[in-house]
Design a protein around this ligand. Structure first.
Ligand SMILES: [Zn+2]
Length: 268
């Protein structure tokens, strides 16, 4: 059974031909490419919230080369180690263009998997990966999922709302939280900025009991100019590059980068 809830009245949403409806008569059409838009108008801060199309396309191209598979594989491994049933239900929050989500689905093929992002463009791209994930355009501050219905929420490099995590997870459900450490992609910062502001060691801690936390650190060789440019374009740094440093992009070939992320598991 689907776990979708109406973003207006929070009643269950029931599939009715080509749309989803709640008891109160609120109705949401399913898009041609099979995602569902559950973002309310007042939720939208701009017409196109989320990442730009250019950034999303670069992101998809880069991730599909497999450079970040090690991160996703760790998330999958955590779910495998902590799951209490064979087919846990999982929400991938802030899923972007869906690369990680579809890999999670590949591994948990019989599970209900949801991918949610505020960007319609991102979800439209995500829905091209596979149709057996429930792709949702929605707001992480008003997650259109029924109360206490999920076993896991994965949140990779995305802002979370703790009250909403607590509401959608079952008691004893888990958050798999992936955040960037200060030295993550340090080479890109060195390339773009004259001076690197190293942020404090503090990382974003959630206010739930922590069951495990570890750093994942790995050097990765980016072997082509195209991949290196895509990596730059999927980070906010690219859009901060100064005119006088643009020349570094012209000669950029490969690049060695450091992946340095923290994976923290909370039991809610
Ligand atoms: Zn409703």
């Amino acid at each position: 059974m689907n776990k979708l809830a109406c973003p207006k009245c929070h009643q269950p949403l029931v599939l009715d031909q080509r749309s989803f409806r709640c008891q109160e008569g609120h109705c949401y059409d399913i898009a041609k490419s099979k995602y569902i838009n559950l973002l309310l108008n007042p939720d939208k801060s701009t017409n196109n919230p989320g990442d730009s199309k250019e950034s999303l396309v670069s992101r998809k191209a880069f991730l599909n080369q497999g450079y970040y598979n090690i991160i996703c594989d760790q998330v999958i491994d955590c779910i495998d180690r902590y799951k209490k049933e064979d087919n846990p239900s999982i929400l991938d929050l802030g899923c972007g263009e869906g690369y990680y989500t579809q890999r999670i689905k590949q591994h948990f093929i019989d599970s209900d998997i949801y991918g949610l992002d505020i960007s319609k463009e991102a979800i439209n791209m995500a829905s091209k990966y596979r149709k057996d994930v429930t792709w949702i355009v929605g707001n992480s501050k008003n997650i259109p999922i029924l109360d206490h219905s999920l076993d896991f929420v994965s949140a990779l490099f995305t802002v979370v709302n703790q009250d909403e995590l607590k509401r959608v997870l079952k008691k004893g459900g888990y958050v798999i939280h992936v955040t960037a450490n200060p030295r993550h992609l340090i080479e890109i910062k060195e390339l773009i900025y004259d001076e690197i502001k190293v942020k404090s060691d503090k990382y974003i801690r959630l206010d739930f009991p922590k069951v495990e936390s570890f750093d994942l650190v790995k050097k990765v060789a980016i072997t082509s100019r195209e991949d290196a440019l895509n990596l730059l374009k999927m980070t906010p740094h690219y859009y901060h590059i100064k005119k006088e440093r643009r020349h570094v992009l012209d000669t950029l070939q490969g690049l060695d980068i450091t992946i340095d992320v923290k994976i923290t598991i909370y039991e809610v």
